[in-house]
Design a protein around this ligand. Sequence first.
Ligand SMILES: Cc1cc2nc3c(=O)[nH]c(=O)nc-3n(C[C@H](O)[C@H](O)[C@H](O)COP(=O)(O)O)c2cc1C
Length: 336
Amino acid sequence: MGRYPGRRIFLSLPPEAAHRLAGTLLGLPLPWERLGGAALDPRLGVSIAGIALRNPIGLAAGFDKRCAHLDALGRLGFGYLVGGTITRHSRYGNPKPRIARYPERRSMANSMGLPNPGAEAAVRNLAERPATAPRFVSLADQDPQDAFVALGLLAPFADAIELNASCPNVSWGRDRDGEGHLTELVKGFRARTDKPIFVKLPPFTTDVEREVVLALARVAQEAGASGLTCSNTRPVREPRLRVGEGGLSGRELFARTPAIVAEVRAATGGALAINACGGVSTAAEALACLEAGATTVQVYTALVYQGPGLIGDLTAGLSRALRDRGTDVPAFVGSA
Ligand SMILES: Cc1cc2nc3c(=O)[nH]c(=O)nc-3n(C[C@H](O)[C@H](O)[C@H](O)COP(=O)(O)O)c2cc1C
């Protein structure tokens, strides 16, 4: 694990150049199914908000910000994919450099600031390519009217919407004032689409943060969300980033992820589906998230360090655990 063809080349390039190279490769007709090596075990199948998934491993938002390679990423074997985050209008994001790696800690900090081509270009990208796995689209706009326009354009091409209410690299949606904003957005989305709506929350460490996040979870629930994604990156200072701070992702987040899932699940009475996200890189960690009450597990940073074989490692490890227990994935959820 942790070695894939070209890994040294990727990790020797500046992070955004490596990401562009990955995008170029994903545009080629390479044997993605074989490179991903996902286990094809029917017992891995789960259903989330009425969407059938072949396995519970999802690609987290931000990897394919343009929704331009979801077809190839689906062929790798992910159970589902989150494209975006997309805003109504295109955005350049923050000044570069805006990704710093910590290879020894298998973590990264980013201050991307939601660069994306805008909703209309994302629609073209989605429309031009086949759906090889269910496609969720992540949306975020400060102005609810912009978010509603983006939703109207993208919902017909998405199996579900993930509302990014937690990006540490933009100014909105981060404090208690976020409750009113979140209510307006979720209610507005609910009124405009029948597709499942997930709300992506920030992580928490302190009691104050915990109170804010659990309040946001309840607000999302009351406003009609179908599920929650726990969590996004954690704010950190990093002088190598041009703006001096960003969001931490990767292994360092994992220690808190199952506990956050369990607390959010308890705060919402077990009524909302939860996607775990934050530092998952092994099947044992994915299993811990499912046992804490998550229905699916999203990954991003582990894909950078471990390459496409990550999907094979996670699905094969979960499949083995299922066989040993004589059960299937839904039976894991909340079973710890
Ligand atoms: C470079 C980078 C860009 C990201 N962009 C987004 C984004 O646009 N929208 C979003 O909701 N999350 C974004 N994320 C956060 C991830 O989706 C995920 O929540 C976070 O990285 C924690 O998961 P991980 O530890 O498996 O990477 C980004 C993460 C990274 C590393």
